[in-house]
Design a protein. Structure first.
Length: 299
């Protein structure tokens, strides 16, 4: 009986700790960019969808924006071609674009299915629906890489309408240019653009890294909170390198355009979204405005 009571009290304390965050973010939009290992590991998939569904059920307004790069590469290889990348961007000819759209729509509907199975109404759409994402052709250092789009504008009306009608929108990153040609879009860029257009309270990137480090070689140098100016300084002095640079630049851009907090989370950690949003200490790295209130105290 004593061990049972300890377990019950532990659960109660967790709920009490979550209460102020539920109050703070009730009815607020949270955009979740879903990608990395969390998209290919079945157990992690389940945890992410449980997290987002719970956010919806306690009064948040989550929107999922997902990638699917690893799946696209797999199907490209099955057609006998080898995926090509230029500066980290997928070279996308007409055939590859057709494969990408097929795969992304398949991923999209599988996520809808998982959310629906947990009792929440979800709707899967692409950036083509309702004119959500309009793009122009993207170049990689002047190189033509095919049907890869830079987001030119966002029309969030379809997302606003779905959220108001109590649906959980799930977006795949495909858009149209002015001539209504289909383009593949980097999922980070799509999530950032959507969060800015909606003035989201939070934008969360699920990644394969624990967050931002002051020293990439020191695992104890993880930064819990980072202002825009601090983030720019880390990029300028070379502390941030590789693929984290464009991700952090996307975070900076989002915060500078009205998103209140951007989180970089390790999607390989079970229930990382809940741990970040509902606990005092949190995990990962939160990027905040220069004058924003800090939630965490650095050790």
């Amino acid at each position: 009986m004593e061990s049972y009571m300890k377990e019950v009290m532990k659960k109660a304390s967790v709920l009490v700790e979550a209460l102020p965050y539920i109050q703070r973010f009730n009815r607020k939009v949270i955009v979740v960019k879903y990608g990395g290992s969390a998209m290919v590991d079945e157990e992690l998939k389940t945890h992410v969808i449980q997290d987002v569904t719970l956010l919806k059920l306690v009064g948040f307004r989550p929107i999922i924006v997902h990638g699917g790069g690893k799946e696209i590469s797999k199907w490209v290889r099955l057609t006998g071609k080898e995926p090509e990348f230029v500066n980290g961007l997928r070279k996308t000819d007409a055939d590859t674009m057709e494969i990408a759209e097929m795969v992304l729509n398949r991923v999209n509907k599988s996520l809808v299915q998982r959310v629906e199975a947990l009792g929440v109404n979800a709707v899967g759409i692409s950036g083509k629906d309702g004119g959500l994402l309009r793009v122009e052709k993207k170049y990689a250092d002047g190189q033509d890489i095919g049907y890869v789009g830079d987001i030119k504008s966002v029309n969030p009306k379809i997302l606003i309408d779905l959220v108001k009608q109590d649906f959980l929108p799930i977006v795949c990153p495909i858009g149209l240019d002015d001539d209504y040609h289909t383009y593949n879009i980097n999922a980070d860029d799509a999530a950032c653009a959507i969060a800015k257009a909606l003035q989201a309270e939070k934008l969360a990137f699920l990644t394969d890294t624990e967050g931002v480090y002051r020293d990439k070689d020191d695992p104890d140098s993880l930064i819990s909170e980072l202002t825009v100016d601090e983030a720019k300084a880390l990029i300028d002095d070379g502390s941030i390198q590789g693929g984290m640079i464009p991700k952090l630049n996307n975070c900076i851009d989002a915060v500078e355009h009205g998103v209140h907090r951007v989180h970089i989370l390790d999607g390989r950690i079970a229930h990382c979204l809940l741990l970040e949003i509902f606990t005092n200490r949190g995990i990962g790295t939160a990027l905040i405005q220069n004058d924003a209130e800090r939630y965490h105290e650095e050790d």
